[in-house]
Design a protein around this ligand. Structure first.
Ligand code: HEM
Length: 252
């Protein structure tokens, strides 16, 4: 066989081989589940900051999510169901993402060498992404399990007691930092990957997207931190009455 024949033979064989679509499908599912979770967090941290408007505001919002306009006094099982659905999406997203983790110490060392050689910002972002993802896998699971199993223990005092007296605030602080960084960087990577805002000036638009995401990360970190401190303060003041619940308009 001469060179041309070998080339012809190899290319015809490659054409015959059917390419697997699984990696592309997995990538699309990972992007979709990530986008759903990021959207959830964007709203979650806003709703959760209702405590900044006072105990009554947070209480009313909690009861609204328990659909007290339909069920007398609210139905906490709705929260369990919602937490279960979020948990399924969360686990699916994590399972698919796991295939991109370094599989061995050797692979990890190779990545580190590349990282130092490249000094490329977006490669560093990937490292933050897998580190925060790993943290969230544990911290997010603890939180979602609590929400699924104790949905009735949500409210200005119940949440504050959990955060302060039950010593959950360090867990929430770590969860807050990891989830905000992970969601922010994740959304930025989605924008780059799918060329969402590329338009006619992709380079400039990407820089603009990066800037906006940076400010959103700062905003959500600050909002979450201030809300957490408010819960800690309420929990501290309420520790003598640990377990007592808040009722509409009345402080017990
Ligand atoms: C339907 C599912 C969820 C419900 C019902 C829920 C509810 C709550 C509630 C009531 C709090 C206040 C603290 C407490 O009562 O313990 C809280 C805090 C928090 N949640 Fe969730 N959550 C859900 C899912 C998630 C997920 C999936 C994440 C991220 C992986 C998350 C991240 C956080 C963070 C970071 C805080 C602390 C916020 C701060 O520092 O101000 N939550 N959540």
């Amino acid at each position: 066989m001469n060179k041309a024949e070998i080339y012809e033979f190899l290319t015809s064989r490659n054409k015959q081989k059917k390419k697997s679509r699984t990696p592309a499908r997995l990538d699309a599912i990972q992007s979709a589940t990530g986008a759903i979770l990021a959207l959830f967090i964007v709203f979650h941290l806003i709703f959760e900051s209702s405590i900044l408007l006072g105990k009554e505001a947070m209480y009313r919002l909690t009861k609204f999510f328990e659909a007290d306009f339909i069920f007398e006094g609210g139905e906490p099982l709705i929260i369990s169901a919602l937490a279960f659905v979020v948990f399924v999406v969360f686990v699916l997203h994590a399972l698919i993402a796991m295939r991109k983790f370094p599989a061995s110490y050797r692979e990890y060392r190779r990545y580190q060498t590349h990282r130092h050689l490249l000094v490329h910002n977006d490669t560093n972002l990937w490292f933050i992404q897998i580190t925060t993802g790993f943290m969230m896998f544990f911290l997010g699971s603890i939180h979602l399990y609590t929400m699924m199993m104790q949905p009735s223990k949500i409210g200005p005092f119940a949440s504050a007691d959990r955060i302060f007296s039950d010593g959950m605030w360090p867990m929430y602080l770590m969860l807050l930092v990891s989830v905000v960084l992970h969601a922010g960087i994740g959304v930025y990577r989605l924008i780059i990957k799918w060329g969402v805002f590329d338009g006619v000036q992709p380079q400039q638009n990407r820089l603009l997207a990066k800037k906006i995401i940076k400010w959103l990360i700062v905003f959500y970190l600050a909002l979450g931190a201030v809300s957490l401190v408010t819960y800690i303060k309420i929990g501290y003041e309420h520790q003598e009455h640990y377990g007592e619940r808040y009722h509409k308009g009345v402080k017990e």
